[in-house]
Design a protein around this ligand. Structure first.
Ligand code: G3P
Ligand code: CA
Length: 326
C-alpha cells in the first residue's frame, strides 16, 4: 500500500525506536480477529444523506479555523471534518498538512525552525507541525493566507473544535500521516481515544462521530481501542486496487465500518456503492468543491448525481450551502 504523507517532509533516516501498544501491534500484524465487530450504523438518524463540511466551510473561510467550522454549522452541516496533526508537546491540532507553511505565517515568525526536504532535485524548507509546541503554534496567523479579513485566526486544538461542535453537529476527524507519527513514537490513535473519552464522545447521541484514515493499520488499531466508533477507510485514486472488486470491499468490512473513496473511484466504478452496502458499510466520497474542474458545471447537480444516482451515503464538500437536501 502506498505511503501517503500529506506533504512530504524531509524524513531523515530515523531509527524506529517507537513503542506501539499491543493493540496497534496486533492490528498491524493482522493477528486480531475483527469478525465480531458491530455492523455499521446509519451516518444520520433516519438514514438521510449526510453533509460533511470538508475542513469546515472551506470555500468561504480559511480551512480548519473556528470561523470555517462555525460557518459550516450555520450552513447545515451534519458533520464538521477535522484533519488532525500532533504538536511537539503531544497535542492534537486541526490542520490538513504535515507542515505549517501553506496556511500560516510560520516562515516569518520562526524563520530558523525548518527542516530541509531533500527528497526532490532541490532542497525545500518545511516547517513541521511536530517541530513546534502548541504555545508556538498558537502565535501563528492561520487566516491571512486565505483573506486579510481573517487575519489573526489561530490553528484550533481538537479540544477547541470539540468545544465548538459537540452537541450541535457530528464530528468526522481524520488522523493525518499516522505513519510519520508512529515512526517518532507518537500514537495518534491513543491521543484520539483519550480525548474522546475525556469529552464523553463515545456513543454521544447528540454528536455522531466518525474517524477516518488512509492508513489501514490505523483503522485496525481503532477497531481495538474504539470498537464502537465508526471508522472510515479512505482510498485515493492511486490505491483503487484496494477496493476494485466486491471481494476486496467485503474484506475491508472486516475492520472498517465505511469507505471514503476519492470521487473518481466512484465515478469509474459505481458498483462500489452496492458492494459496500452489501458488506454493511457506508460510503463517503471526497471532495466536492466549486473550484473542482472534474465536477459537473453546477456543484449541486454534481453532488445530486453521487448521492441519488450512485447512492452514496454522504459527501465531503467545501461548499456546505450547495448540499442538495431532498
Ligand atoms: O478526508 C477526506 C478527504 O478530506 C481526504 O482528502 O487531503 O482533503 O484530507 P484531504
Ligand atoms: Ca481529510
Amino acid at each position: 500500500m502506498m505511503r501517503r504523507y500529506t506533504i512530504l517532509p524531509t524524513v531523515t533516516a530515523m531509527t524506529s525506536t517507537h513503542v506501539v501498544s499491543s493493540a496497534i501491534c496486533g492490528a498491524a500484524l493482522g493477528v486480531v480477529a475483527f469478525g465480531s465487530l458491530a455492523a455499521a450504523q446509519p451516518l444520520v438518524a433516519g438514514g438521510k444523506k449526510a453533509l460533511v463540511a470538508h475542513r469546515g466551510a472551506s470555500s468561504y473561510a480559511p480551512e480548519h479555523t473556528i470561523a470555517a467550522y462555525a460557518l459550516a454549522m450555520q450552513q447545515g452541516a451534519d458533520f464538521v471534518e477535522q484533519d488532525l496533526a500532533v504538536t511537539k508537546d503531544g497535542v492534537l491540532v486541526c490542520i490538513h498538512d504535515l507542515t505549517l507553511e501553506r496556511t500560516t505565517n510560520v516562515e516569518e515568525v520562526f524563520p530558523t525552525r525548518f527542516t530541509e526536504d531533500k527528497s526532490g532535485a532541490t532542497p525545500v524548507k518545511r516547517w513541521l507541525v511536530y517541530d513546534l509546541t502548541l504555545a508556538e503554534i498558537k502565535t501563528l496567523d492561520a487566516g491571512s493566507w486565505f483573506d486579510r479579513k481573517f487575519a489573526g485566526a489561530r490553528i484550533p486544538t481538537f479540544q477547541e473544535a470539540i468545544d465548538l461542535v459537540k452537541g450541535k453537529a457530528g464530528m468526522y476527524p481524520e488522523l493525518k500521516d499516522p505513519e510519520f507519527y508512529r515512526e517518532r513514537g507518537v500514537k495518534p490513535e491513543e491521543l484520539l481515544a483519550a480525548i474522546m473519552k475525556k469529552n464523553g464522545l463515545i456513543n454521544d447521541p447528540k454528536t455522531p462521530f466518525v474517524i477516518q484514515s488512509f492508513d489501514a493499520d490505523t483503522i485496525k488499531a481503532l477497531a481495538m481501542v474504539l470498537p464502537g466508533v465508526e471508522r472510515v477507510y479512505l482510498v485515493s485514486p492511486q490505491d483503487i486496487g484496494q477496493i476494485d472488486t466486491e471481494a476486496k470491499v467485503k474484506a475491508v468490512a472486516g475492520w472498517a465500518t465505511g469507505i471514503g473513496p476519492n470521487r473518481l473511484i466512484v465515478d469509474k466504478q459505481p458498483d462500489i456503492v452496492k458492494w459496500a452496502h452489501a458488506a454493511k458499510m457506508h460510503v463517503t466520497p471526497w471532495t466536492f468543491r466549486e473550484k473542482d474542474p472534474a465536477k459537473f458545471q453546477v456543484l449541486r447537480d454534481d453532488m445530486t448525481k453521487f448521492l441519488y444516482t450512485y447512492g452514496v451515503d454522504a459527501v465531503f464538500t467545501d461548499n456546505p450551502d450547495q448540499f442538495p437536501r431532498k
